[in-house]
Write a protein that binds this ligand. Structure first.
Ligand code: CMC
Length: 428
């Protein structure tokens, strides 16, 4: 709704009247779509103040530490719903009734197997390939398996792709792990919950029975929920941008996986554990905190800080609780976890971190929990990608269901050479 206007004046002359749009919560946005006609573009590398779309999925108030999916607060969802219920909410817009939930659960459970030919793709990877590399490739390859469901203008086909992706991501992720350690792939089991089934596919072997611990399954489920969506972050924006050209959902999700991989985004949980290993001992925590504060040193404390949250990350609050529960339950004695707890304490009390509003983020605690569960470090970002798939696909579906959606095509501030004379190679 546009009931306010902003005027843009350049050197005292008004060059554009721009509508101001109000959403249901959060900052108003200045609608600059007509500005190009006035001869101006806006300049916002890193999208510090740019709303790229209209969305009903997730609301974040970074200053207040609020995160809501479809209006439901994240801590209620993390504590009172399971991940599949959160998936339903993200995809469909509201909490399911019991029968809607049962039906959704049954659909997801019955799509967990992958085509046997898809399993062959793994044989092309070197055994030491990073599981994220395998995930990028194999998820993209899913495009070649479901030709009958690739009409992106058909909402029913879009939903089937969403169900397939949510169901098969854990299977593919666990396959990447099994391949990397030289163990046989483990087929999904439909009698287990989503989280239990993932742990089963990760850790069971044909040689013996594997019993899934309920504490670990619950912690895993919570990790999935807390990573399920986070509005227009880098990977979600990548999925939207890829999807805006009409690309198929599997290609778009593969693009999201690639974007998530970087250490400033989903790669932070792996980078955080690597950093804890580098620190190695509680006695060296101060030294690393000093390095992080040194302007001339590029080192950053991984798992600290967030572009949006400047008070606390509400996901980190729930994750912290879960982290302490899991460590207590498992009675874990690991020097790395001692380093993590010491680092958390020092950084929370240090003026530099307080002034810059740098707090442990969700990936600081999720990395510690995953390590305690026995998940290898190089699988951390894979688990983030699995969990975020529902967010990506919900945004992709929302974008395609909005009338008049356009291909994403940013402009630029060109600062290169212009109008140069070209001399043919033979004369140079
Ligand atoms: N350690 C030390 N200093 C930091 C850190 C850190 N982790 N993060 C930011 N700073 C400093 C930074 O040097 C800068 O200082 P100055 O103003 O003196 O130049 C100031 O804080 C602001 O940093 P910024 O890079 O401008 O902030 P940003 O909003 O662009 O970056 C961030 C956000 C998450 C990329 C950044 O905090 C970071 O690199 N953190 C470590 C990586 C990490 O944990 N990422 C996971 C984010 S949560 C999961 C997700 O959503 O993907």
């Amino acid at each position: 709704m546009a009931d306010k206007k902003a005027s843009l004046s350049v050197d005292g002359e008004i060059v554009a009247e721009l509508p101001i749009l109000s959403g249901s919560a959060g900052n108003d946005v200045i609608d600059i779509r007509t500005l190009g006609g006035a001869g101006y573009f806006t300049y916002d590398p890193g999208f510090l103040a740019t709303a790229s779309c209209e969305s009903e999925i997730t609301f974040i108030d970074g200053a207040k530490g609020v995160l809501q999916h479809r209006g439901y607060p994240i801590d209620s969802l993390a504590k009172q719903a399971d991940y599949l219920e959160v998936c339903y909410i993200l995809l469909n817009g509201q909490a399911p009734t019991k029968s809607q939930y049962d039906e959704f659960k049954s659909i997801i459970t019955n799509h967990t197997m992958v085509h046997e030919k898809l399993a062959h793709f793994f044989q092309g990877f070197l055994p030491d390939a990073h599981p994220m590399a395998m995930l990028c490739g194999v998820v993209g390859a899913m495009s070649s398996f479901y030709h009958s469901d690739l009409d992106i203008d058909d909402p029913a086909q879009r939903m089937r792709s969403a169900h397939r992706l949510i169901a098969k991501m854990p299977t593919i992720s666990a396959m990447a792990y099994k391949y990397s350690i030289g163990q046989p792939f483990v087929y999904p089991r439909n009698d287990l919950t989503y989280a239990e089934n993932f742990l089963h596919m990760m850790f069971s072997v044909p040689a013996e029975e594997y019993t899934v611990s309920p504490v670990l399954a619950q912690a895993m489920d919570r990790i999935f929920t807390l990573h399920a969506d986070h509005e227009q972050n880098a990977s979600t924006s990548t999925v939207r941008l890829a999807g805006s050209s009409g690309a198929n959902p599997y290609a778009c999700i593969a693009a999201g996986v690639a974007s998530l991989w970087g250490p400033a985004h989903g790669g932070a949980n792996e980078a955080c554990l690597n950093m804890l290993e580098e620190i190695g001992d509680v006695s060296r925590v101060d030294e690393f905190v000093k390095k992080a504060k040194d302007k001339n040193d590029p080192f950053r404390l991984m798992g600290f800080g967030h572009r949006v949250y400047k008070n606390f990350d509400p996901r980190a609050t729930v994750m912290r609780e879960t982290c302490h529960e899991v460590l207590k339950e498992l009675n874990i004695q690991d020097p790395l976890l001692d380093v993590a707890m010491a680092l958390e304490k020092v950084a929370l009390e240090d003026d530099y971190f307080i002034e810059k509003k740098l707090y442990p983020n969700v990936d600081f605690y999720s990395g510690i929990i995953l390590k305690a569960i026995g998940i290898p470090t190089n699988m951390f970002t894979v688990i983030f990608a699995m969990s975020r798939t529902v967010g990506w696909i919900s945004h992709w579906d929302e974008m395609l269901s909005q009338p008049g959606h356009k291909i994403g095509r940013p402009r630029q501030n060109y600062v290169g050479e212009v109008d140069r004379d070209f001399t043919p190679l033979k004369d140079r």
